[in-house]
Design a binder for this molecule. Structure first.
Ligand code: PBG
Length: 339
C-alpha cells in the first residue's frame, strides 16, 4: 500500500487545506508563545534618577531604581514569566566588590523589585562579575606561570558563591550564572544550600558562545573590556561541546539550562534540549542584544516588518526547543499576546 503523502495523484492529498484560514492555522499550530514563556532582561544603573536610553538598543534603557520597579510591575501585570536584572555600578574594582555587597546596585535593585512584585513574577539575577570589575572580565585575574594575565577560574568561583548568597538575600527567586567558569553551577548550588536557600533556583547559561552579537549589551552595561572572552566562552564552531556543558551543568544541579545567543544557534538549542529533556530539565534561550539590534536597525530602514519578524524569531526559538526565552521584547510581546 502507498503511504498517503507519497500518492502522486494531484488533488487527493492537499496540505494547503490546513493553511486555508486563520482559524485553521491556529487549530494546527505546533508552537505557541505565551506571556509566561518570556523573561525580560533589564539594566539598573546606579546614581540616576531617570532612565537613560541605550543608543544601540532603541527602546531599551538603563533604569533608575524607580523606573525599574515600575517596569517590573508592568511586566508582572502583562503576565511575563520573569525579569532578569543586570547592574550598572558607579564604581568598579579588580574583584567586583559591588557584586556581593548588599548596597551594590544589582542587589539593591533586586530587593526593591522583589518587595514590589512579591511572587507575581519571577525575579532573576545575572550572576557574573563583568559589570562589576574594572577590567571587564567575568572573573578575577591572575598571572599564569608564563607571566600572562588570565582569568582565575577557581578564585572566581569563590566570588560567585558570595554573589549567589547576596542575590538570594536580596530576594532573587532565580540566579543566572553567566560567566562560563568550570564548576560554577555546583559551587553556586552548594553555596545556596549551605546558606539555607535550597529554594532558590539556578538557570545555568550552559552553552554560552563567545559572540559578536553581545555588542550592544557592552554599551548597555558600559563594559570596559579590552580583548575578548574566548578563553571561557565557547567557540561558535562547536556543537558537541555544548552538550558536554549542558550535561555537566545538569549534574551540578542546574534547574534550567540555557543556550545563548538564540537565533544563530538554533541547532545547538535543539540538541541541548534533547539532552536536557532526557534528564527532565527544561531549556531556555537568550535572544541577545545584537539579535534585538539587528531587527530594530533593519526595521528603522523600512527593510523588514518589525512586528512580524519579532514574532517569527521568538516562535522559531520556541520551535527549536526553548521552554522559555529571554528577550528584550518580552513586555511588548506579552501585551500583544494578551490582546
Ligand atoms: C555577562 C553577560 C553578557 C550578556 C549577558 N550576560 C555579555 C557577555 O558575555 O559579554 C549579553 C546579553 C546580551 O547581549 O543581550 N554577564
Amino acid at each position: 500500500m502507498t503511504p498517503p503523502d507519497t500518492d502522486v495523484r494531484v488533488g487527493r492529498v492537499r496540505p494547503r487545506r490546513l493553511r486555508s484560514s486563520a482559524a485553521m492555522r491556529a487549530l494546527v499550530a505546533e508552537t505557541r508563545l505565551h506571556p509566561s514563556d518570556l523573561i525580560l532582561p533589564m539594566f539598573v544603573r546606579e546614581g540616576v534618577d531617570l532612565p537613560v536610553p541605550i543608543t544601540s538598543m532603541p527602546g531599551v534603557v538603563q533604569h533608575s531604581l524607580d523606573s525599574l520597579v515600575v517596569a517590573t510591575r508592568e511586566a508582572a501585570d502583562a503576565g511575563v514569566g520573569g525579569v532578569m536584572l543586570f547592574g550598572v555600578p558607579a564604581t568598579r574594582d579588580a574583584v567586583g566588590s559591588a557584586a556581593d555587597h548588599p548596597d551594590g546596585i544589582l542587589n539593591v535593585g533586586l530587593a526593591r523589585v522583589r518587595e514590589a512584585v512579591g511572587d507575581d513574577t519571577l525575579v532573576m539575577a545575572d550572576l557574573c562579575l563583568d559589570e562589576f570589575t574594572d577590567h571587564g572580565h567575568c572573573g578575577v585575574l591572575t598571572t599564569d606561570a608564563r607571566g600572562a594575565t588570565v582569568v582565575d577560574n577557581d578564585a572566581t568561583l569563590e566570588r560567585y558563591a558570595a554573589m549567589a548568597c547576596a542575590q538570594a538575600d536580596a530576594g532573587a527567586h532565580v540566579l543566572g550564572p553567566s560567566g562560563m567558569m568550570d564548576g560554577q553551577i555546583g559551587v553556586v548550588r552548594d553555596a545556596l544550600d549551605a546558606h539555607g536557600r535550597t529554594d532558590v533556583a539556578v538557570l545555568a547559561y550552559a552553552a554560552k558562545y563567545s559572540s559578536g552579537f553581545y555588542g550592544p549589551f557592552r554599551e548597555a552595561v558600559e563594559s570596559t573590556l579590552e580583548g575578548d572572552r574566548s578563553t571561557y566562552q565557547q567557540d561558535p564552531a562547536n556543537l558537541s561541546e555544548s552538550l558536554r556543558e549542558a550535561r555537566l551543568d545538569i549534574e551540578e544541579g542546574a534547574d534550567i539550562v540555557m543556550v545563548k545567543p538564540a537565533l544563530p544557534y538554533l541547532d545547538v538549542l535543539r540538541a541541548v534540549t534533547e539532552v536536557a529533556h532526557e534528564a527532565g530539565v527544561p531549556t531556555s534561550a537568550y535572544q541577545v542584544s545584537g539579535e534585538y539590534a539587528q531587527i530594530e536597525a533593519a526595521a528603522a530602514q523600512g527593510w523588514i516588518d518589525r512586528d512580524r519578524v519579532v514574532m517569527e524569531a521568538l516562535t522559531s526559538i520556541k520551535r527549536a526547543g526553548a521552554g522559555s526565552i529571554l528577550t528584550y521584547y518580552a513586555l511588548e510581546v506579552a501585551r500583544r499576546l494578551q490582546g
